[in-house]
Ligand binder design. Structure first.
Ligand code: G1P
Length: 296
């Protein structure tokens, strides 16, 4: 069994009801943050962290995701003939290597734990990463590494399983998976408990499971046999909690910002933050933004 984290799962079967009617015909993962789909930003994060194989757990009406990670022959040919080298290079750079993607379908919306379980044969017997595509991250500090790189770094230090966490206001904890904090090392800590969507006022902390995981393959047997949990769904958090009886779990306090692009506010904030970080448009955009804020 290799210990290197080579493969990542992207569960992309969700319906995107919070973005209707925008998501009536296009998957929510294909909505754009500045000039790239949300999913592209998340795949870039995985690539930056050394991921070599990208596994997408899709559903009905998501076939366009598969097309997106393939060559677009006619488009490339036209760009070439028109001398649009920069656009062509951007397309080629975004394309994963041949054979580096896999697609499988979650046939029914049975929950995140079930979606991850659907990828069990594609992962095999090695530790792997999970990236929830609603969450787009931006690193801060000198290194500016995004969240998965920081998780893999923690995995290389502690082994076992690693979960990225983030603080939220106490009155929002019921919307997320929440962890309990044991021995604390600052940037990382031992996780002593987990609960999915605890009722208001019962959360053990205000640290949410924020959508980046490094997990051992033993999780699959558990996910294949656990009962439905919160919301009547098979929950990844319940599977991890069961696995924590026999394996260690560490939390990573991500040094950076996470944008929840599954919510309108998070999605809009991500667009503003990425536009302000984009050299091509930042100066002009800042001017526009100031004007808009003055008039608001
Ligand atoms: C999922 C996870 C939850 C996590 C959240 C982050 O919930 O089950 O533990 O905190 O993602 O966005 P969902 O957003 O699918 O309800």
């Amino acid at each position: 069994m290799t210990n290197k984290i080579r493969k990542a799962i992207f569960p992309v079967a969700g319906l995107g009801t919070r973005f209707l009617p925008a998501t009536k015909c296009i998957p929510k993962e294909m909505l754009t943050v500045v000039d790239a789909p949300v999913l592209q930003h998340v795949v870039d994060e995985a690539r930056e962290a050394g991921i070599e194989h990208f596994i997408f757990v899709t559903g009905r009406n998501k076939a366009v995701i598969e097309d997106y990670f393939d060559i677009a022959y006619e488009l490339e040919d036209t760009l070439k003939k028109r001398g649009k080298t920069k656009e062509l290079e951007a397309l080629i750079e975004q394309l994963p290597e041949a054979g580096a993607t896999s697609f499988t379908r979650q046939q029914a919306p049975l929950g995140l734990g079930h979606a991850i379980w659907c990828a069990r044969d594609l992962i095999g017997d090695e530790p792997f990463a999970v990236l929830l595509p609603d969450m787009v991250t931006m690193g801060s500090g000198k290194q500016k590494t995004r969240c998965l790189s920081q998780c893999i770094h923690a995995y290389e230090t502690h082994g076992g399983n690693v979960i990225a966490v983030e603080e939220v206001p106490v009155d929002e904890t019921h919307k997320y998976g929440i962890v309990s904090v044991g021995a604390d090392h600052g940037a990382t800590f031992e996780i002593t408990g987990m609960v999915e969507k605890p009722p208001q006022g019962t959360a053990p902390s205000n640290l949410i499971i924020s959508g980046r995981y490094v997990l051992s393959p033993e999780i699959f047997d558990i996910l294949g046999s656990i009962e439905k949990g919160a919301g009547g769904e098979i929950q990844l958090t319940d599977g991890m909690k069961a696995l924590s009886d026999s394996q260690s779990f560490h939390g990573v306090r991500f040094d950076g910002t996470t944008y929840d692009c599954g919510s309108k506010l998070g999605f809009l904030s991500a667009n503003v933050a990425f536009a302000l970080a984009n050299k091509e448009i930042a100066t002009e955009f800042k001017r526009e933004l100031k004007k808009l804020l003055q008039d608001a």
